[in-house]
Design a protein. Structure first.
Lengths: 457, 104
């Protein structure tokens, strides 16, 4: 169907592009974020309607069926997924987007003429496939289907260089000849490259890689827009590529590292490897009653929530504990590390779900100077974000990451599942400190036991 | 598109992309990433064009695969972002106390 003339098509695509800009703008502020997202969805709907009304398309029933299948699969998963598993889901959606861009590029080869367009095809193939394969690795790491520790083997650096060289060569031959064989070779090499680049990334850095791959997919979409001569794809893809790059840098700096250090750190040898040895040094563990007394008779308590809280779905229990303590006159605040959980801002989302008031959530820079006036810090399912090794041991994989300086408080209580090290795979000296008390068990159950004990006092 | 127009579009879009997210707080990093992720699902438009111009069976099959993947990216991305942001509602200072009943 070509109901719309070329100028009208261009105007409608422009409107969709403006919607995307407004969406990103809206998403940058808490008050307008939800509306921004809806504006983005509206822009996408407008763009899809426009393509149906403007391009000469065959196979429309099959395409509509494919859209129905994609929606029917994705929407229920997106609606039902546990909030703790959301980072994996975002990574998965990002990966399939990159895969779609690579497919579009390879199918357009027969219509592509001239080295400039073929260059865009090669770029889309390379970046889209890297994003697809890399995202699947991040999903596997976050879901703990494979080890979260950096996966490196001797000579890996040379293998990566060789694969990259061959990919560039295949891309060059593709641009020179326009032959499908080279395109398929490039696709395969790029998928391998995606795997090899992300496997060595250590667990704690995975969220940043997701953000980087998100920017990559944006660039692949922009390049596919050049291939298809579609200005909306160019604008939307470039927007995501640019904003994704800024976001990646912001996240990396919140963790105190550079983006290249994350991607290539493991190749430089040992720097993110960490130690897995679990020491059997003595720790002091306490009963829920002891911890209840500590909390109840404190003047000021700061709660540090981490991924363990999220896994145990303990956000409602911790919110109730905070309310109970406050009702008894204790000053309670939550200290949120920028990368607590599995994604920056993840913990804020979870505590918001449990209706913890916004004013109780303190950012790291704001709360760190207050720890020395804090009686008890309650660390629930967090480890790496309070690990003093980030400040004291230069050899540690998390060295340089800003942490919540909970060791300045009078007492520290850890609710932990076990002595297992955190996501970064390193031990926490603070656990062995004389002022630390531990309560082992599932975060939600432990919170429940402490809460009962506090109420009984 | 002629190369100069293309260059103009790319450079201006890059600056807009940098500008709109330059001052975002870490609280919104996750929803913003997720929202940007949904936006590149607009590759669906490209997938529809490719599938709609397919003349052979295998091109159509791969084109439709691209449509399915792109739709998953687009629809799933916006839905999951909306769900995340839905949890940020009702945090006005005045309403902080009357939420106690809902926390159970």
């Amino acid at each position: 169907m070509s109901v719309l003339s070329a100028p009208w098509t261009a105007v409608l695509y422009l409107a969709a592009a403006v919607c995307f800009i407004l969406a990103l703008k809206g998403l940058s502020s808490p008050r307008t974020a939800r509306r921004g997202n809806l504006i983005g969805a509206g822009g996408a709907l407008l763009a899809v309607l426009t393509v149906f009304l403007s391009a000469r398309l065959e196979n429309i029933p099959a395409i509509l069926a494919a859209i129905a299948v994609g929606s029917a699969v994705a929407a229920p998963i997106a609606r039902r997924v546990q909030m703790t598993q959301m980072p994996q889901l975002v990574a998965l959606f990002n990966g399939v987007g990159g895969g779609a861009a690579a497919l579009v590029a390879i199918l357009e080869i027969t219509h592509s003429e001239g080295p400039a367009i073929l260059l865009a095809v090669a770029f889309t193939l390379l970046i889209g496939s890297v994003s697809f394969a890399g995202s699947l690795v991040t999903v596997a790491k976050l879901q703990e289907l494979i080890s979260t520790r950096p996966l490196v083997f001797p000579g890996m650096r040379w293998l990566v260089s060789a694969v990259l060289f061959c990919a560039v060569l295949a891309g060059g031959l593709l641009v020179g000849t326009g032959n499908l064989v080279w395109a398929i070779l490039l696709l395969v090499l790029s998928l391998a490259l995606g795997l090899l680049l992300v496997l060595p990334v250590g667990g704690a850095d995975v969220p940043i890689v997701i953000s980087l791959l998100n920017a990559f997919t944006g660039l692949a979409v922009a390049a596919s827009g050049i291939v298809l001569d579609n200005v909306l794809l160019v604008v939307a893809g470039t927007l995501v590529g640019a904003s994704g790059t800024i976001l990646t840098r912001a996240m990396a700096s919140a963790m105190g590292r550079g983006v290249s250090g994350i991607l290539f750190g493991a190749f430089r040898g040992g720097s993110t490897a960490g130690s897995t040895t679990q020491s059997d040094r003595p720790v002091r563990s306490g009963a829920p009653d002891d911890i209840a007394v500590l909390l109840r008779y404190a003047e000021r308590v700061v709660i540090v929530p981490g991924y363990g809280l999220a896994v145990a779905q303990g956000q409602h229990a911790v919110a109730e504990l905070a309310l109970t303590l406050e009702a008894q006159g204790v000053n309670v605040a939550f200290a949120i590390h920028p990368v607590a959980g599995r994604m920056p801002g993840h913990m804020n989302v979870l505590l918001a779900e449990a209706n913890v008031p916004y004013e109780s959530l303190r950012e790291m820079a704001e709360v760190n100077p207050e720890f020395k006036n804090t009686d008890v810090v309650l660390v629930v399912g967090a480890n790496d974000v309070v690990n003093p090794a980030a400040k004291t041991s230069p050899g540690s994989p998390i060295y340089g990451m800003p942490i919540l300086e909970v060791s300045h408080a009078t007492q520290v209580v850890f609710l932990k599942r076990s002595m297992r090290p955190g996501f970064a795979g390193i031990e926490n000296e603070l656990l062995f400190d004389p002022k630390t008390t531990l309560l082992f068990g599932d975060a939600k159950e432990s919170l429940g036991r402490v809460l009962t004990a506090v109420k009984a006092l | 598109m002629d190369p100069i127009t293309l260059l103009t579009v790319v450079v201006l879009s890059t600056f807009v992309g940098f500008e709109v997210v330059s001052k975002v707080s870490s609280t919104l990093h996750t929803p913003l990433m997720s929202g940007a992720n949904a936006i590149h699902g607009i590759i669906l438009v490209g997938a529809i064009i490719v599938a709609g111009q397919a003349t052979s069976g295998w091109v159509l099959a791969l084109g439709l695969t691209a449509v399915v993947l792109a739709t998953a990216n687009l629809v799933g991305g916006f839905v999951v972002t909306d769900r995340m942001l839905g949890m940020f509602r009702g945090r006005r200072p005045a309403s902080a106390t009357d939420q106690t009943g809902e926390t159970k």
